[in-house]
Design a protein around this ligand. Structure first.
Ligand code: ATP
Length: 328
């Protein structure tokens, strides 16, 4: 028989993403709505191991929906990768009277959660939050929309200076394994070329595209480069290569870095996080476990945690064609 759920724990783990606070808020208030206790675990799995746990009520999460980052803090924990670390975490949860755990993060967070669930027969439900949108089983992850908007705004600003000086700008955006941010922001900001980890178009294509752009009368260009692009060169080497191959360009490099993670979450991310947070508590109270809450065609769905971890290719190949056509 399913054990009665009297208290749910919630934590954020891995890289932070805008909208995590909105998700925590939804979990906490949903617990209050259902008359179930809620324990906030600070600093992810590491905080759980170190017993950094505090009871939260509906008022504990006031004024956080608009704030980026996560007020519970996030951390990476190597100790949680060991059975001994996970045993400490389990003991602390039991001592705090927690009956189920909601983990907000990416695939690493879910991998840890799944191991924990299996080892200690403890219900775990995942909420996908990562700016890369690289989790399978959900159309969107929390933070992705905000990150995209941040990147487009930054590239728009770079475009202003690029066109005033006839410059070629290489803009590096986040995405070691997934090009969703690069491809979408590149189309949204009108980039001439977009380099992503999913495709190796070859450096020759980039050079011939730049030549074509010049011939067609373009006086400035923006190239968006995902961190994990397949050119085999880092962005500074790429700039040198273009300079030595083509010459005549005033080339600048801009690495956007961590500004992409910060900032106030977009309304889309706040609503998504609220839906997923409420859905996660519903799932726990329905006795579901070993699952991730996702969104598909605007409806909240549940899939296995394994599905979220699998990292199936979500790359939208049609977008490449759109980028090619709209950048001529
Ligand atoms: P991001 O999208 O930012 O990478 P993530 O959740 O994938 O988010 P990770 O750093 O990969 O971030 O994982 C977060 C935490 O999950 C790790 O610090 C670790 O505590 C736990 N974790 C990850 N992989 C495992 C594993 N194989 N076994 C146990 N715990 C793990």
């Amino acid at each position: 028989m399913q054990k009665e759920i009297k208290k749910i724990g919630v934590l954020t783990s891995g890289g932070d993403a805008p909208g995590m606070n909105a998700a925590i808020r939804a979990v906490v208030r949903s617990c209050a709505y259902h008359g179930v206790g809620c324990a906030g675990i600070f600093r992810g799995y590491q905080g759980l191991i170190e017993n950094d746990i505090e009871d939260l009520d509906a008022r504990s999460v006031r004024n956080i929906i608009s704030r980026g980052g996560t007020f519970l803090k996030s951390a990476r924990s190597n100790e949680f990768k060991t059975p001994e670390g996970r045993k400490k975490a389990y003991d602390n949860l039991k001592a705090a009277g927690v009956d189920a755990l909601i983990v907000i993060g990416g695939d690493g967070t879910f991998t840890g959660g799944l191991l924990f669930e299996k080892e200690h027969d403890f219900p775990v439900v995942g909420i996908p939050a990562t700016i890369d949108n690289d989790i399978s089983g959900t159309d969107f992850t929390i933070g992705y929309d905000t990150a995209l908007n941040t990147v487009v705004e930054a590239i728009d600003k770079i475009r202003d200076t690029a066109s005033s000086h006839n410059r070629l700008f290489l803009v590096e955006v986040m995405g070691r394994d997934a090009g969703a941010i690069a491809l979408n922001s590149g189309i949204g900001a009108g980039a001439e070329e977009i380099l992503i980890p999913e495709e190796d178009e070859g450096i020759d294509r980039l050079i011939s595209s730049l030549k074509k752009s010049e011939k067609s009368g373009k006086t400035s260009s923006i190239i968006v480069v995902a961190e994990g692009d397949k050119s085999g060169k880092n962005i500074f080497e790429l700039a040198e290569f273009i300079d030595s191959t083509l010459g005549g360009y005033d080339i600048r490099v801009s690495v956007l870095g961590h500004i992409q993670r910060g900032g106030s979450p977009s309304c889309f991310d706040r609503v998504l996080a609220s839906k997923l947070g409420v859905g996660a508590v519903d799932a726990v109270l329905d006795g579901k476990r070993n699952i991730m809450i996702g969104i598909h065609h605007q409806k909240v769905i549940t899939v296995s945690l394994e599905t979220g971890i699998k990292g199936e290719d979500k790359f939208d190949r049609d977008l490449r064609r759109v980028a090619d056509i709209t950048s001529i």
